[in-house]
Each structure stands twice: as structure tokens, then as C-alpha cells.
Design a protein around this ligand. Structure first.
Ligand code: IVH
Length: 719
């Protein structure tokens, strides 16, 4: 065939474009044969010639490089790192439910949010929750262009080359598919393939893999797509991201469309209306679970109608219209060899049982949490006796260990008959095992009861707390610095060398400077680092010198300020300067600024107090200011729907609403970029007052705030 080809130098643009298209398809075809069926049609030399021609044409016509070009596939990523992909729509997670009661609550909450009586008129889909890794597959003009992992939900890793080796994932979509399609679903490894792989590993005298899920994850993160190809991964489609057109208006309709486009869908998906039918389906799937050739860890329920899904919307990380009903946790017996105390970021002392290793639901467990001092004694959170007769837990005891999904395994119960006669009750320490400071249980001011947590009072002098602060700071939803994980923080923190040590967050950002001051110890000469990894680490650190405000606030590690609260704060204050100023004033005045903080829907007094206390501590302000010399928190994103007349406005709802439930009204306003507050202040822009409005309405009138009824509000926000 080579004779008929036009030499690269003689191609015109149109011919070059056609050639690149042909080459891309041909190479993909040979790749699939090579990886998938092990039956190549062409020699390696011919295959290489195709690739060289592709490269040469691309070099002459750089503007014509296709997104699905072979040059963009295998080996395109630098060793060890995949490029990042920002998801066009965030990849969310699901709320969990554990009992029939929880499921009833979920169904009722859907009706309540929509302001309907729970009359069985809303249909739900129910399908297995696959225990694999979620994946977003983007098709442009019906061609697969990107396969991305979930990552933190906003950005994931570009694993396109590896995804192309999965035979079950179509490379192209039929002609009637929309121009932009993102199909989402789960990549998994079949149990049978996992067992065959392990049998092979064993035969080769190599270490075996732990479970199909981790093996699937590891297989996808291979830089050499051939390794991925050898692992026989599979896929189920169950969701979507960006779609230039919606091919259906129900969940089931969408998934059936994916099936028609060539994606595998799970055969156990059903559409049901009554809670009884839903629960029955759950039990049926549970019965089939041992016979399925893939791991599942629950059943997912989703509101079927997409218009209702849209009205229900999202909480910060999960949709209101879906939930995962988990299967009961797996349990096993083992013994406690010893009990260690871990000191957390906020000083909490957590007892951890070191166990004789045991396999629980396919995973080897060596540690399990004992929660707190009371739990060891047999006392629950409300002072009630837990475990039969409330017996305590002792070192040497035979215990039941439970593992549920991603949750830390816990010691559930004791087998008293097996207790050794000389076993002594465990004495919970009254001093921090790391810094020696007193460890105390705080008294809850309101209830007068002792807090269940024993806390080290050492604060900053406690190395364990300082270290945990750092680990939190670099963690995935905070600064997320690649190459700076738990192990590295341990190393940097423990180092006494001024060129290396990292004790507080700002030290991370001076590491490069200190390393470049030549006379000092070079990281790259230290075992476990090396030139390339040091350079990558510095690059990863530099990449975070500018960071989203909510991540910055979350990273500070303020007690009670999780991701959701951090987002609320970022949205409400807009900039770091405004936030800190607000917190300072809230601390000294307890007036307007304090009220403003408390008025943020979702922030209560406990959280507000914790934030204000945090900023009162000079040491905290000092660390933050040193950090701000190196890092710039970006101002919080302007509300998305900025063309909406209510974007950026602070709205208060009062009285009873008739067209919407309060929750839906609030969610709707927020989706248009408004802030919803629980109380009226000078900062309020609009008060929506329904019948029965009282003091808030009069206060708003006093302050001259714009007030309107529900219909006026609806007219205002109408699209
Ligand atoms: S739906 C907006 N359906 O579970 C909801 N998720 O905790 C998108 N998963 O990250 C998810 N099977 O990896 C959905 N049938 C299923 C699923 C499923 C497994 C995973 C998925 C997701 C996680 C949520």
C-alpha cells in the first residue's frame, strides 16, 4: 500500500486532514486488535510506519492534530503523572442509607421537597452500586476524546489511552448521538478475571492483589496502556455529564439510550414506585450478590424523571434525587494485640486497636477504631450501655470487627467467653502520649455532659497536632499537593535540617528557595526522592500558589469547618480579606458581623464560635499571614448565573410559601447565584414574604429593604 501514498511534503491541507483521519482510525483499529484480542493484523514495522506517517503529517500541519490522534494516546503523559481534566460538570458522590427506615426517609424527603404528598406517584430507578471506579467518557462529534477519573469531583486524571484499551467502551457513537456527550459509569474488574489474574501471579511467584476494585484502579493508572489492556477491565454506564442535547427525559430512558449507543448497562436496573417495591428489589439484588461476577456494595435509587431531578438539585456534593442503599457491613473475629492512641489534628485522642490481621469482606484489616474512652468502657454517646450488658473491651480480647465500604473498620463487640482470666480493664491515658500535656474531656456548656472525646490541651506545642494540621493542609480537598502525602509530611516534619524541615504550612512554600540556597542538604540526594521527583514536587507546590478561596479556608483546619462550611464562607465573604476582617469583627463586637456570620444558612453557633476563636489566636493569624506572603487565595467565583437579576443578592424567605417548599425555594435561589440567609439585616437585599410573615417582615420594612410576595419573586426569577 505504501506506493499509493502521497509523500507527506506534497500533501495539501485537505489531503492531510483526510489522511490524519484515516491514520487515526487505522492505528486505533490495530491497537484494539493488539490489546484486546491478541491477534495483530500487521507487523510491528508496518504499524510503526503508520505512526511515523501520522507524526510527520502532524509536524507539517500542527493545526490539524486530532484530539483522538495516536500521538495523543499512549505515552503522551510524562512518566508517573497523568494530565488533569476539569470535568465539564462536577462528578458527584451519593449519600448513603443503611436501613429500610433511611430509605423511607429518603423517599419522603423527595416528596416533601417537591411539596407533594407521598402518594407513590414518583418513580425511582433501582440498580446495583458497582464497586469499581467512576469514569467520565467524553465524546465530541461521536468520537471518544477523553476518559477521566473522578479525582476530587471537579478535576480528575486523563486516562484516555488506558480507557481506549477497554473493549466494552465504544470508540465512536452512532450518527444520531449528540455532538457533545459525556457518558459516566463504573470501570470494574470481573471477579473471575481477578481470580485468574491472582492465580497467575501466584504461579509466577509474585505478590497477589487485594481485591478487584484496587486492582482495577491500579490497572487504570498504568502509564503503559499495554498493561491496562492485559487486565480485562469492564464498564457499566449509569450517568452522564455534559450533553449538548438530551436524548431522553428519564433516568431509565437515558441509560437505555446508552445501551443503544453500545455501552454495557447493568441488567438489574428497574423502575419502581412504592417503597415496598424498592426495598423488595434491594433484597432481591442482595440475594443475587454472591452469584454476580462483579462486586457491588449496595443499590442506588434515583428519581426517574429528569425534570424532577433538576428541581431537586444538589447539596454540596451529592444530589437530593439519589441515594445509595448500602448492604450490611461485613464482620469477622480476631484478637486485639494492643491499643494505641492516635492524636488528631484537633487534639482528639482516638484509641486504635492493633489486631491480629484478618480478612473482612476481601480486605485485610490490621487496625480498627475504638472511637473513644466511653466506647471502650461500653458506654454510648448518650450515656447508655452499649453492647450486651455494656461490657468493656480489653487488650487480648477476641472481638468482632466490622468493615463497611470506605469507612474505617471498627471493633463492634467482645466475645466474653474467650476473655483471658488475667485481662485487665484498659486505662485511658490522662496525658497526651505525644506531647505529655493534659488530656481532658470538655464539658458541653448546654447539656452539662462530658464530651465523648478526650483532647490533648497542648495545641501548637503538640507535634502530633501540628503534623496532622499539615496533613490536612495538603489533603485532597484542601491544597491537594501531588507528591506531598502522609509519608512525605512525616519525613519533612521530622527533619531537623533547616533546608528541609516543614513544621507549618508556609514552610512548604519556602522549600524550593531553601533548597536552592546551595550550601545546604539537597533533597534529591536523599533516598526516596531523586531529581525528577523533587522537580515534580516543587512544580506541584508552585501550582498551588494560587488557590480557590474555599479550599484555602478548608485547609486552615478550623474545628468544625469542613468542606461544605468552607464553601459557604467563601461564597458569603467573597475574598479572603473580607472573610478575615469579618471574623475579627465578629469576635470583638458580637454585633452586626457576628449576626452576619450566624445568618449564613448552614452555619450555627458552635461553628461560628469555633471560627471566631480560631482567629482570636495570634499564632493562627501569624501562620496565615506568613502563608499569604506565598499563596494567593482567589476571590470566590462570581455566582454562576450572573445574568440572573438575583445573582449576588442576599435573600430571606419568611412566612409560608405556597408554590414551593422552603427548601426548594432556597435551592432555586442559590442556583441562580443568590445567597439565602435566615435573618434580616442591613445586608439583606430582598425579603420574600408569604402569608403569616411577622417580625422579619416588619424589620425589613423598618430597614427599607425590598419586600415581595411569592408571585413577584417567581416573576423576578422567571427565565
Ligand atoms: S450515580 C450523581 N449509580 O458510587 C450521581 N453511582 O458514591 C452519580 N457508583 O462516584 C453517581 N454504581 O463511582 C451511580 N449505579 C450507580 C453506581 C454509582 C457505583 C459509584 C460511583 C460514584 C459513587 C457515589
Amino acid at each position: 500500500m505504501a506506493e499509493q501514498l502521497i509523500p507527506v511534503e506534497e500533501l495539501n491541507e485537505e489531503q492531510a486532514r483526510a489522511e490524519l483521519e484515516r491514520l487515526s482510525a487505522a492505528i486505533a483499529h490495530h491497537d484494539a486488535l493488539y490489546h484486546g484480542e491478541d491477534k495483530p493484523e500487521v507487523s510491528d514495522a508496518d504499524y510503526d510506519a503508520l505512526k511515523r506517517r501520522n507524526d510527520a503529517i502532524e509536524e507539517r500541519f500542527p493545526g490539524l492534530v486530532r484530539t483522538d490522534s495516536p500521538s495523543q494516546r499512549v505515552g503522551a503523559a510524562p512518566a508517573g503523572i497523568f494530565s488533569q481534566v476539569t470535568h465539564a460538570r462536577p462528578m458527584l458522590s451519593l449519600d448513603n442509607t443503611f436501613s429500610d427506615e433511611d430509605v423511607r426517609d429518603f423517599v419522603n424527603s423527595v416528596y416533601r421537597f417537591l411539596g407533594q404528598l407521598p402518594d407513590g406517584s414518583i418513580a425511582f430507578t433501582a440498580e446495583p452500586k458497582i464497586d469499581g471506579l467512576s469514569m467520565s467518557l467524553r465524546y465530541e462529534n461521536r468520537k471518544l476524546v477523553t476518559g477521566a477519573t473522578r479525582g476530587d469531583g471537579t478535576t480528575g486524571e486523563n486516562v484516555t489511552a488506558n480507557i481506549r484499551t477497554i473493549g466494552e467502551i465504544p470508540d465512536t457513537l452512532p450518527d444520531d448521538a449528540p455532538d457533545v456527550v459525556e457518558v459516566r459509569g463504573e470501570v470494574y474488574m470481573a471477579k473471575s478475571d481477578f481470580m485468574a489474574l491472582n492465580a497467575q501471579m501466584e504461579a509466577d511467584g509474585k505478590q497477589t492483589y487485594v481485591n478487584p476494585r484496587n486492582t482495577a484502579a491500579g490497572s487504570l493508572r498504568q502509564l503503559d496502556a499495554k498493561v491496562t489492556a492485559s487486565r480485562k477491565l469492564k464498564f457499566f454506564a449509569y450517568a452522564w455529564g455534559e450533553m449538548s442535547e438530551m436524548p431522553a427525559d428519564t433516568q431509565l430512558g437515558m441509560v437505555k439510550t446508552f445501551e443503544r449507543w453500545g455501552f454495557p448497562i447493568n441488567p438489574l436496573m428497574s423502575r419502581l414506585s412504592s417503597v415496598e417495591a424498592i426495598l423488595d428489589h434491594y433484597h432481591q439484588i442482595g440475594l443475587k450478590r454472591p452469584d454476580l461476577d462483579y462486586d457491588i456494595d449496595g443499590v442506588v435509587y434515583k428519581v426517574d424523571r429528569l425534570d424532577l431531578q433538576q428541581r431537586l438539585g444538589f447539596r454540596s456534593r451529592s444530589p437530593r434525587w439519589a441515594t445509595a442503599h448500602k448492604f450490611p457491613a461485613e464482620q469477622a473475629f480476631t484478637t486485639i494485640e494492643t491499643i494505641d492512641i492516635q492524636v488528631g489534628r484537633t487534639g482528639a485522642l482516638t484509641p486504635v486497636a492493633r489486631l491480629t490481621p484478618i480478612t473482612v469482606g476481601g480486605v485485610v484489616v490490621t487496625n480498627a477504631t475504638l472511637h473513644n474512652a466511653d466506647y471502650i468502657l461500653g458506654i454510648g454517646n448518650n450515656g447508655e450501655r452499649i453492647r450486651e450488658e455494656g461490657h468493656d473491651i480489653r487488650i487480648g480480647d477476641t472481638v468482632i470487627v466490622q468493615r463497611a465500604g470506605d469507612v474505617i473498620p471498627q471493633v463492634l463487640d467482645v466475645v466474653l467467653e474467650k476473655r483471658k482470666s488475667d485481662a485487665e480493664p484498659y486505662v485511658f491515658p490522662s496525658k497526651c502520649p505525644v506531647c505529655g500535656s493534659h488530656a481532658v474531656r470538655e464539658k458541653n456548656e448546654k447539656t452539662g455532659k462530658l464530651d465523648s472525646v478526650t483532647r490533648c490541651t497542648g495545641g501548637f506545642i503538640c507535634k502530633a497536632q501540628a503534623k496532622e494540621h499539615l496533613k490536612h493542609f495538603v489533603s485532597r480537598n484542601a491544597f491537594d499537593i501531588e507528591g506531598l502525602g502522609t509519608k512525605q509530611i512525616d519525613f519533612f516534619f521530622d527533619s531537623e535540617d533547616p533546608a528541609i524541615t516543614v513544621r507549618t504550612a508556609p514552610d512548604i512554600f519556602t522549600l524550593r528557595e531553601r533548597q536552592e540556597a546551595t550550601s545546604l542538604t539537597k533533597l534529591e540526594n536523599i533516598e526516596g526522592f531523586g531529581r525528577v521527583s523533587v522537580r515534580k514536587l516543587f512544580d506541584a507546590i508552585d501550582a498551588r500558589r494560587s488557590i480557590a478561596l474555599n479550599r484555602f479556608i478548608y485547609a486552615l483546619g478550623i474545628r468544625h469547618v469542613g468542606e461544605t462550611t468552607a464553601k459557604l464562607l467563601a461564597r458569603s465573604y467573597g475574598s479572603y480579606a473580607a472573610f478575615e476582617e469579618g471574623m475579627k469583627q465578629a469576635g470583638s463586637l458580637h454585633g452586626e458581623a457576628w449576626n452576619e456570620l450566624n445568618a449564613i444558612d448552614g452555619i450555627g453557633e458552635v461553628v461560628a464560635t469555633a471560627i471566631v476563636e480560631f482567629f482570636k489566636e495570634e499564632r493562627n493569624r501569624d501562620v496565615i499571614h506568613r502563608l499569604l506572603e506565598k499563596v494567593t487565595p482567589e476571590d470566590a467565583e462570581a455566582p454562576q448565573a450572573s445574568d440572573s437579576p438575583v445573582a449576588g443578592k442576599t435573600v430571606v424567605f419568611t412566612g409560608s410559601l405556597e408554590k414551593f417548599t422552603r427548601d426548594e425555594a432556597k435551592a432555586r435561589a442559590e442556583s441562580l447565584g443568590a445567597k439565602v440567609s435566615g435573618s434580616v439585616s442591613k445586608k439583606t437585599d430582598i425579603l420574600v414574604a408569604g402569608p403569616g410573615a411577622g417580625s422579619k417582615l416588619s424589620k425589613a420594612q423598618e430597614l427599607g429593604i425590598q419586600t415581595m410576595d411569592e408571585d413577584e419573586w417567581l416573576a423576578l426569577i422567571a427565565p
